[in-house]
Design a protein around this ligand. Structure first.
Ligand SMILES: O=c1ccn([C@@H]2O[C@H](COP(=O)(O)O)[C@@H](O)[C@H]2O)c(=O)[nH]1
Length: 236
């Protein structure tokens, strides 16, 4: 099936362990309402078949496996994602410039069919204090800014960051540099393990291109209504 490009910036994080629960949600969704994210849990349980099943339903898929390895291994993994035909794939910016450049080069043979390649800066579950504990002597915004600059220098398409850092990153990067923001919490949603958060409306106003939203939709008693409410709040 050909894919439908949604007008919504929402990417739903499909973090499920039970296939029936996943299918029950996806059955309610339409590719015009959102894109879908396959992360480590789903991919480890169900493999490439799950990506193909979602694509068959017309969805654009963000393969969120956050590759972080030596350049040769990361480049090969990114090429494998391109073979799967995913819309977006990512690596960890802290893997460094050689790793990110190798990943970018691995996509050259795919030309305009290459997935968007973005890099995770600082996980939205981390606070500045957590960075100190791993030996990073910078607060979260500074570290995000540093890793985003490195990512841009390597020619990647954008970064994963918190919406809280988007004003800084918008100012330091060209308009086409993508800012993909998890840690999205509509007013009244439980934060869970997320630390650097924003509401959907605030995230878009601050400069996000795409909003990654998991539990506030997937664990809602009415996921479709939750997604529709978010899209409506964004004028989509
Ligand atoms: O910094 C990051 C990078 C990735 N994620 C992923 O996004 C979703 C968020 O899910 P919620 O349920 O809305 O918290 C999840 O799949 C993470 O692996 C992130 O949260 N932060």
């Amino acid at each position: 099936m050909s894919q439908t490009t949604p007008i919504s910036p929402v990417i739903i994080a499909l973090d499920f362990a039970v296939r029936a629960e996943l299918d029950a949600l996806v059955d309610q969704l339409d590719p015009s309402q959102c894109r879908l994210k396959v992360g480590k849990e789903l991919f480890t349980l169900f493999g490439p078949e799950i990506v193909k099943a979602l694509q068959q339903r017309g969805f654009e898929v963000f393969l969120d496996l956050k590759f972080h390895d030596i350049p040769n291994t990361t480049a090969a993994a990114v090429a494998a994602a391109a073979e799967l035909g995913v819309w977006m794939v990512n690596v960890h910016a802290s893997g460094g410039a050689k790793m990110m450049s190798a990943a970018k080069s691995a996509l050259l043979p795919y030309g305009k069919d290459a997935p968007l390649l973005i890099a995770v800066t600082v996980l939205t579950s981390m606070h500045s204090d957590d960075l100190v504990a791993i030996g990073v002597n910078a607060d979260a915004p500074s570290q995000v800014s540093r890793l985003a600059a490195l990512t841009a220098d390597c020619g990647l398409d954008g970064v994963v960051c918190s919406a809280q850092e988007t004003p800084i990153l918008r100012a330091q990067n060209p308009e086409e540099f993508l800012l993909v923001t998890p840690g999205i919490r509509p007013v009244g949603s439980a934060l869970g393990d997320q630390q650097r958060v924003a509401t959907p409306v605030d995230a878009m106003a601050m400069g996000s291109n795409y909003l990654v939203i998991g539990r506030p939709v997937t664990r809602s008693s009415d996921p479709l209504a939750a997604l529709k409410e978010i899209n409506q709040s964004l004028g989509c």
